[in-house]
Design a protein around this ligand. Structure first.
Ligand code: MN
Length: 489
């Protein structure tokens, strides 16, 4: 890796940019880490370069890339944060300081998980870019994990899987999430990883590739006929997600048909729907697998049309249809769209932020003057709490072990009173199921149903739900009594 690769990659998206600061940072970096080596014998500066390069890949801004280059200086060299501030200014120094603080968080088992998560978010509230740098740093460390003692390898991989990857997912930076997960998978479950790589890469890939090519040829020809300009690509699901699917559903590899997806990128939303129509006219769709994330985006802002059809030879094929802009957003998450504009306080972009990010930013504003986030009593959002998403894209934080009924009353009393069922992560679930962090929960209501079920009191977790159920039961009883004895008050 060289500094020129970083500069070139950055200039791809910012052809006009002045990168003299980057050159200066590189000079400083070389001087600071001179003669230092990594565990694997590589010059230390390679780690700095790789970190900075990954940041250019997720389209980070120049300050973030420079801070990526300098991120280990205060911790590992004789130079201090004050030196960085003197040479590169307050903004970059603040980013590096954030990283230095974050590196003090160590994984000490699952019981500390939430505490760590909380600290991560605190750091993030200060500047989301700190998290991006930390992710890039972690990713390169995972790539060079082999040179560490086995115990340390396992610890880092576990910590990444439990803390970093979920946060990358919440922020919508799937590119980093998947890379981190596959690397952790390799270190934590080496046998399974080897087996799966073998079936996936060697035995099946050729077969899949031929099938994909066949579909591409047919679809490309049709889209050309219809004069819809598009890019048609395919991608294989990452290994860890296949492994999880096999675990969860206890299925064999052959039964997992969505190991690859075809991606159609078109120029506008109208063409997305036109393309969908064409695909459905070519092959019979599986209605249960059709998702319109353009009309109803995912909580993290993800937009696309998803459909699975019975393709040539009646074998299933998954399509993801989206515009260029949606494609960028899906790849780079917060790094790609609204985040950088927060600085400019652009109202339109603020609206696109997930609710929880707004919350974190609000808390950050409120605590700006205290310089003491950790002690902020108000900020106990993440303690013993889970996040659940609704199909509208709202995020609710609830106590652990909350149920769909808790959520229903949290959203609105009427939703609670009319609840007849729930869908958790697109699957029908009982109303007393214990929700998990990150669940997508839809409450199924029926207008005719008016009033709660007494049995719900046995399992609800929140005081809000409990009180509202009791209140409603009482008033229903009173209504019934009034019906039979009209004069009672
Ligand atoms: Mn580092």
């Amino acid at each position: 890796m060289t500094i020129n690769q970083i500069i070139n990659n950055y200039k791809k998206n910012n052809p006009e940019a002045d990168t003299i600061m980057l050159d200066l940072a590189w000079e400083f970096c070389q001087k600071a880490h001179a003669n230092q080596k990594r565990e694997d014998g590589e010059p230390y500066i390679q780690h700095c370069l790789h970190t900075a390069f990954m940041l250019t890949q997720i389209k980070a801004d120049l300050e973030t890339i420079i801070a990526g280059l300098l991120h280990d200086i205060p911790e590992d060299t004789e130079y201090t944060l004050a030196d960085i501030e003197k040479n590169f200014g307050k903004e970059i120094a603040n980013l590096v300081e954030g990283i230095t603080k974050l590196s003090k968080i160590k994984y000490r088992g699952i019981e500390r998980y939430r505490e760590n998560l909380r600290k991560m978010f605190l750091a993030m509230a200060k500047d989301l870019r700190v998290i991006l740098i930390k992710f890039a740093d972690r990713l390169h460390n995972l790539k060079t994990l082999e040179s560490l003692p086995l115990e340390k390898q396992q610890r880092i991989a576990k910590e990444t899987l439990e803390i970093y990857a979920p946060i990358a997912g919440l922020l919508g930076i799937f590119r980093l999430k998947w890379q981190m997960e596959d690397l952790c998978f390799k270190h934590l479950y080496p046998e399974e990883y080897k087996k799966l790589t073998y079936t996936y890469e060697i035995e099946k890939k050729l077969e899949h590739n031929q099938y994909i090519q066949k579909i591409k040829n047919i679809l490309n020809a049709r889209l050309k006929q219809e004069k819809i300009p598009c890019q048609l690509t395919s991608r294989f699901k990452h290994l860890y997600s296949i492994y999880l699917k096999m675990q969860n559903k206890d299925r064999k590899f052959d039964e997992i048909y969505d190991v690859f997806a075809l991606r159609v990128v078109v120029s506008n939303i109208a063409d997305c729907y036109k393309t969908l129509g064409i695909i459905h006219s070519l092959w019979r769709p599986n209605p249960a697998r059709f998702k319109d994330y353009i009309a109803v985006p995912k909580p993290n802002g993800y937009r696309a049309l998803h459909t699975t059809v019975f393709g040539p030879d009646n074998k299933p094929a998954e399509f993801q249809i989206r515009t260029n802009k949606m494609d960028e957003e899906a790849k780079y998450g917060i790094a790609a769209h609204w985040y950088y504009k927060i600085k400019n306080n652009n109202d339109n972009d603020q609206k696109k932020q997930p609710t929880w990010v707004k919350e974190v930013l609000k808390i950050q504003k409120e605590t700006e003057n205290t310089h003491d986030f950790i002690k902020q009593v108000k900020f106990d959002v993440f303690h013993d709490r889970i996040f659940v998403f609704t199909p509208k894209g709202d995020v609710f934080d609830l106590p652990e072990e909350s149920t769909p009924i808790d959520l229903a009353y949290y959203v609105h009393s009427d939703i609670g009173n009319q609840a007849v069922g729930a869908r958790v992560n697109d699957k029908i679930a009982p109303l007393n199921v214990k929700l998990k962090n990150g669940d997508l929960v839809e409450i199924i209501t029926e207008k005719k149903r008016n009033g709660p079920n007494r049995d719900w009191l046995k399992f609800v977790k929140t005081a809000t739900a409990r009180n509202k159920i009791k209140q409603n039961l009482k008033s229903t009883i009173m209504d019934n009594i009034k019906k039979f004895i009209p004069n009672i008050k």
